[in-house]
Design a protein. Sequence first.
Length: 208
Amino acid sequence: MRNLADYHLQELKIALDPRHPAHCQPEVPAQAEVLDIGCGAGQTLIAACAGRRSFGVDVDLSALRLGMSLTQQVAFTCAAAEELPFRGGVFDLIISRVAIPYTHIPRALAEIARVLKPEGVVWLTLHSWRIPWEGAHRAQWRGRVFFAYVVLNSLLFHATQRLFRFPKGGYESFQTRSGVIRALRRAGFEQISIEIRPPHFIVTAKRK
């Protein structure tokens, strides 16, 4: 729990400091209804939606509990990106910082499109091959086996838009520019923009 708290508190510090080299925040219009998928302890929402109520979902209960101790302005819910507990057409903006790579991406994007209002915007940070490669480089053989799964899953998604779950685990993949664009178009998004910011890239798109 201590390591988790340290991580999220450091992320909050970065989110609140525009001078930090790792700072990367979405622009949030005034009065927008905002949802953060994979919100952790709500650090992005605390920084980007100060002074108003916003919504965050995550599968990690311990992170959500930490978030509840940090702010009362975020409505936290334990939920997966593939099954969002909201009615359709609720949000103006959905953000997700490096959480979508750990989901079944087509299902997650379909849910995002469902709960966005028409012409609502999604803002995502995704990771390239560098993120899992750095983890595999430091890992023992088990970690390298998992990296092989990530590579195969990523190539499968790029070529066919399909993903498969790691045995007794969840999903993970890295993304390509063209693969993400195809997935977003299939989910009903347009005006897709991608900004490369190694080792991540930032994606914005508008629901039709």
